[in-house]
Design a protein around this ligand. Sequence first.
Ligand SMILES: NC(=O)c1ccc[n+]([C@@H]2O[C@H](COP(=O)([O-])OP(=O)(O)OC[C@H]3O[C@@H](n4cnc5c(N)ncnc54)[C@H](OP(=O)(O)O)[C@@H]3O)[C@@H](O)[C@H]2O)c1
Length: 331
Amino acid sequence: MKMIPFGKVTDYTVSRMGLGCMSMSGVYGPQDDGECIATIHRAMELGVNFLDTSYSYGQGHNQLLIGKAIKGKRDQVVIHSKSGAPPPKDENDTNRGAGGEKYLRMICEESLKRLEIDCLDILCMSRVDREVPIEESVGTMARMVEQGKTRYIALSEASPESMRRAWTVHPIASLQFELSIFSRDPLEMGNLDCARDLGMGFMAYSPLGRGILSGQVHSSDDIPEGDTRKNYPRYSTENMAHNAKILAKLEAMAAEKGISLPCLAIAWVLHQGDDIVPIPSSKSRDHLDDNLKALEVELTPEDLARIDEICPSGAVAGTRYPEPMMMRMNV
Ligand SMILES: NC(=O)c1ccc[n+]([C@@H]2O[C@H](COP(=O)([O-])OP(=O)(O)OC[C@H]3O[C@@H](n4cnc5c(N)ncnc54)[C@H](OP(=O)(O)O)[C@@H]3O)[C@@H](O)[C@H]2O)c1
């Protein structure tokens, strides 16, 4: 496994690809806990040492699962644990808040208990809270570092301005942001450049666009009832009819190269910079094995240009989240 230093703030050396664990908690269809734990163990055996979780995934199920999986192996992994968010107060609640001291302290203590560890490796605020100044949220997290509750702190979906303001209070280890062939915001809106300027690590989440680039989804009918993606604009019947045409061209390109579509999609993310750590999620060992093959894929400048031609900026129909959730991105 290729290992890289994770930004300039931490002393961690992490695998070039991490493992997102969200889908192991029923977010995209049902899961089998035994297979999920076996998937985490297989990832570790193959050299993956970076796990991503959140207080909110599966209402605690995800952290409990990881706690079980890493028992006796704690020193072999770096855990990036996010704060999640309280449930919306009502349908007009487009902020939800996750930056207040009471909430951040509560989720930190609960996360430590669920994971059965004494100190988090990286505590990440999932969303910048528009109602709490970022300096205040980061101040709270900085005190958790002083108190030995977490070694480092991080941000997700933060704008360049928020990152710079956060840094006036405490060094920020990393930024986690959605990045895939279908979602290029951090490349186009300056988040990645800003993270690099500040010496932060960068985690690319949903590198398979929540499964749209997995080869498993060709129409909105492929999304089972009860799956959160049913409400996501990108997956609506109308938008999927458009997006499926782009997917067909990418699938043809992957087939020509003798790799799967997910492999091509993850390889594209890896080619956006040696310092970017994609964290695809999978609840099965088979898919994990396939995704890790992306580390061996060489994309030429011609390949990258062809992907841009097939899927230029703005070509994908439908936003990456529903409108109320979009209000919480890049804040
Ligand atoms: N910071 C944030 O706000 C945020 C938001 C979303 C996600 N994340 C993090 O990023 C991680 C990854 O994002 P994600 O889970 O949204 O989506 P993703 O990794 O883009 O896609 C996951 C989906 O693709 C499928 N898949 C994965 N590999 C496959 C393969 N080789 N062949 C076929 N299907 C495959 C998975 O199904 P199977 O499980 O069946 O393999 C799952 O349905 C999450 O686990 C989470 O840790 C962070």
